[in-house]
Design a binder for this molecule. Structure first.
Ligand code: BT5
Length: 219
């Protein structure tokens, strides 16, 4: 992939939009880094990997990007549906996929030498991580959907947990059983296509029991 490096930018997503497939925009700093649903992504200058990759459209792009990013980070990094990278139960990074015609803009933010309170950082070298990430993305883009789903399941921190789903105005709880072939999360038999989940303690499924980091014992 062709790397376009910038110092400071509003959001790498916006800059990537005007580049062809196969380009990755990497910034030292974003003045208006974006998360999903109008949220923001924070990182002081030079402390994170902030990249937007222009990739061919892929239905399972958020999951494929998650698997690729987790693989680049190392075996200890796990995935929280739909788009978080977790290290020891804390958010290490996030993925923002925006489809636009025949392509998608895959935004990846990974904390390296700084993290907001309660979040995690990897303490890895940015260039080394980028050099692992780009081939991993291309590899996962070329694989069959079933392989992406299988790899996502193997990395998942969400599956087998009780979760609270916030879906539009509705909130419900249930066991996160699986991901369906379209990448949606199956919670208590219902498919959740978009939105957010909170991981809950198994024994205390009340608001007070919202927990991150996760316990290390298997559940
Ligand atoms: C995400 O959104 O996790 C996707 C983040 C994608 C960021 C990359 S950076 C390169 C590219 N260019 C962009 O402008 N964006 C992409 P979401 O699931 O909505 O999570 C956002 C929430 O995570 C915020 O509301 C905060 O609570 C929290 N957050 C913000 N900055 C964080 C950080 N550095 N580490 C951990 N959590 C953070």
């Amino acid at each position: 992939m062709e790397i376009v490096r910038v110092g400071s930018v509003d959001s790498t997503q916006e800059l990537a939009r005007s580049h062809p497939i196969g380009t990755v925009v990497v910034a030292d700093h974003q003045q208006a880094g974006r998360g999903r649903l109008g949220r923001s992504w924070e990182a002081p200058p030079g402390t994170a990997l902030l990249a937007s990759c222009v990739m061919p459209f892929l239905a399972l792009a958020p999951l494929a990007a998650g698997v690729a990013a987790a693989e680049a980070c190392g075996p200890q990094v796990r995935l929280k549906w739909p788009n978080d990278l977790l290290l020891e139960g804390r958010k290490l990074g996030g993925i923002l996929v925006e489809a636009s015609g025949d392509r998608c803009l895959v935004g990846i933010g990974i904390n390296l030498s700084w993290a907001p309170p309660g979040a995690a950082r990897l303490e890895a070298d940015r260039e080394t991580l980028l050099a692992r990430l780009l081939p991993a993305l291309e590899r996962w883009w070329a694989l069959a959907p079933a392989e992406v789903l299988e790899a996502w399941r193997a990395r998942a921190d969400t599956l087998g947990r009780r979760v609270r789903v916030e879906l539009g105005g509705e909130t419900f709880e249930g066991l996160a059983e699986d991901i369906a072939e379209d990448g949606s999360l199956v919670v208590g038999g219902r498919r959740v296509a978009a939105g957010d989940v909170r991981h809950l303690r198994v024994a205390e499924p009340s608001p007070a029991a919202l927990e991150e980091p996760r316990p290390t014992s298997p559940e």
